[in-house]
Ligand binder design. Structure first.
Ligand code: PEP
Ligand code: MN
Length: 361
């Protein structure tokens, strides 16, 4: 499927706005709620109305979606507004019901993409169907698993395909609800250049105020559009209240976004970027050489520790290093989170070098 140009035909054929905007509530809650939102979105850049009908909730006891009845509301919204419709499907029964209610776009959620069994079952239920299917990244940062799910859908004959980048789970506190790990969708684009790629800033950010910056970054990386959660009364939403925005705010965001030219062919641009890239390459080489020097010093310390029968890990010293480096990092505009991750990796590599020395007879 690598060079198949058909997989993006839907994007051009539908003559939708660029960037494509899919928007709507996290969950369909009531008929009135969905129709109100749909009518408000009709006056924005939105082309496709999204609404979750079956909700995969992390913990039991939360609102799990209205189920089948919500599909009738989606159908009504389509009739009244002319917007195309989209919903999440997680099993063949969902696919069957969505098809019966003429949903235009089916998406596979992040918790489903992780399971090849589930994706295969959905793929088989989609045989011979002429719909647009979007595959969200799996919750874990695994590019092959994401590609595998896309291939399973493609292999059953669906050619109108796309991917949605919604971020990846991480343990512990972070600025994001799901970390973007931009390198993964970039690698997906390198692997499948024709596959439309959309950003879901709502589930990455988890908070309204992160949405604009995430969308701008995606445009700068040549994404094709967005899936953004919108609700007429976000604070009252039955799921994902913190990240939903009103259709009015959505419109403000899309108006403010800058769509830059794909300027690789412009000579001045090409020359400048080449220059900057060579500077990056040279800097990266320097970083590795300096790290190599650091490991030599660590080995020297390892030899000393061996002679004096001292343990490799000296926690106090390590805490001091980390504290100092975070401060220096701060002076150099490097985030605490980055410095911590970097030095944890460096420290591990140092320990490995010291171990090698100490265990040598
Ligand atoms: C959603 O789009 O509401 C949703 C559940 O998303 P994800 O599969 O990305 O968690
Ligand atoms: Mn949601």
């Amino acid at each position: 499927m690598k060079n198949n140009s058909k997989i993006n035909s839907w994007l051009t054929n539908l003559n939708l706005s660029h960037p494509l905007v899919i928007s709507g509530p996290c969950s369909a809650e009531t008929e009135e709620q969905l129709l109100t939102i749909a009518h408000q979105l009709k006056n924005t850049d939105t082309s496709i109305l999204r609404a979750g009908i079956w909700k995969p909730r992390t913990r039991p006891g939360n609102f799990e979606g209205v189920g089948k009845i919500g599909l009738q509301w989606l159908q009504k919204a389509k009739k009244e507004t002319g917007l195309l419709t989209a919903t999440e499907v997680a099993n063949p029964k969902h696919v069957e019901l969505a098809l019966q209610h003429d949903v235009d776009v089916l998406w596979i959620g992040a918790r489903t993409t992780v399971s090849p069994f589930s994706v295969q079952e959905i793929a088989e239920a989609l045989k011979g169907v002429n719909k647009i299917v979007l595959v969200k990244n799996p919750v874990n940062p695994d590019l092959a698993l994401w590609i595998g799910a896309i291939e399973r859908i493609y292999d059953t004959g669906i050619t109108q395909l796309g991917a949605i980048h919604r971020g990846f789970s991480a343990y512990g506190k972070s600025k994001y609800r799901n970390t973007p790990e931009w390198q993964i969708p970039i690698d997906l684009k390198l692997h499948l250049p024709n596959l439309p790629l959309l950003l879901d800033p709502s589930h990455i950010g988890g908070r309204r105020k992160l949405i604009f910056d995430l969308c701008q970054t995606a445009l700068d990386l040549n994404y094709d559009g967005f899936m953004i959660e919108a609700h007429h009364q976000p604070d009252e939403a039955w799921s994902d209240a913190k990240q939903q925005i009103t259709p009015k705010v959505l419109e403000e965001i899309t108006k403010k976004l800058i769509v830059r030219k794909k300027a690789e062919s412009e000579s001045e641009f090409t020359n400048t970027i080449k220059l900057l890239r060579s500077q990056i390459d040279a800097t990266d080489t320097k970083i590795l050489q300096v790290l190599g020097n650091r490991m030599e010093i660590a080995e020297e310390i390892g030899r000393l520790k061996k002679e004096n029968n001292v343990a490799i890990l000296q926690s106090k010293r390590w805490d001091e290093i980390l504290e100092t480096m975070i401060a220096i990092g701060n002076e150099n505009k490097l985030s605490k989170d980055f410095v911590e991750k970097l030095f944890k990796a460096i420290h591990q590599e140092s320990i490995a070098h010291q171990k090698k020395v100490i265990n040598k007879n």
